[in-house]
Write a protein that binds this ligand. Structure first.
Ligand SMILES: C[S@@+](CC[C@H](N)C(=O)[O-])C[C@H]1O[C@@H](n2cnc3c(N)ncnc32)[C@H](O)[C@@H]1O
Length: 226
């Protein structure tokens, strides 16, 4: 499928963020990142992390896991590669440049697919979800962490009030939880097993064991050059 949106501007933005990202976000994102990784690890050993960025999450996986991590930005991946080496994260089997909407993996390759703080940045989130679905084994989970809005949340007025601040740091102020859960329901092959609370939420969508294999096309992976 041809790329019809501007990936280059995303790459430019994250080339700028790569060196300072950890200092700004490490503490802020740790709770939802740990929660997402724990949920992914509970599904099995073979895990795909999409939009891994500088690799802040990689230290949270169990040593038994086998993690492949992808990102659009080579600059961010270089920071992740340094962590893999310096922290001896042997469970990380590969870091690859790849677009969330064109995953270069065979159908049903992973026990879990996790995407943290990336779904709201992707111009076509449903296409990214379709790709996650394609590469996920039946019985596995799509685990998403992000700034997600739920209008039934008692704190929704507060979140709306701070929306301009969130926008200033690049978070979508209006990406609704229901966009994920509606996608899951529409497939007829997923159940929503968890919707977290708070400003940053973790959402878990489980692929039914009875779900049939999907065979849409993906792109070839590009190996990261250290
Ligand atoms: C806010 S950072 C989150 C990084 C990491 N997941 C974390 O929790 O710290 C967003 C990351 O998504 C990546 N990204 C943006 N659009 C993408 C796409 N279409 N496919 C893959 N990665 C993408 C960016 O390059 C960036 O590294």
């Amino acid at each position: 499928m041809p790329v019809t949106y501007d990936l280059e501007s995303q790459k430019r933005v994250y080339a700028g963020w790569a060196k300072i990202y950890d200092r700004v976000y490490q503490g802020m994102l740790e709770r939802p990142q740990r929660e997402s990784v724990a949920a992914a690890c509970a599904c099995g050993r073979d895990i795909l992390e999409i939009g891994v960025g500088t690799g802040l999450t990689l230290q949270y996986f169990t040593p038994e896991s086998r993690v492949i991590a992808v990102d659009l930005s080579l600059d961010m991946l270089r920071m992740a590669a340094r962590k893999v080496e310096s922290q001896k994260l042997d469970h990380v089997l590969g870091l690859m440049v790849m677009d969330a909407c064109r995953l270069g993996f065979a159908a049903e390759s992973f026990d879990a697919v996790t995407a943290q703080f990336v779904i709201t940045l992707v111009p076509d989130p449903e296409q990214a979800l379709a790709e996650m679905d394609r590469v996920l084994k039946p019985g596995g989970e799509i685990v998403i962490a992000s700034r997600l809005v739920d209008d039934r949340d008692f704190a929704a007025p507060l979140w709306r009030a701070v929306a301009p601040l969130a926008k200033a740091v690049g978070w979508s102020a209006d990406f609704k939880v229901s966009r994920l859960t509606d996608w899951a329901a529409a497939t007829g092959r997923y159940e929503t097993v968890h919707v977290g609370r708070g400003y940053f939420r973790v959402v878990r969508l489980r692929k039914l064991v009875s779900a049939a294999a999907q065979t849409t096309n993906g792109s070839e992976p590009l190996a990261l050059e250290a």
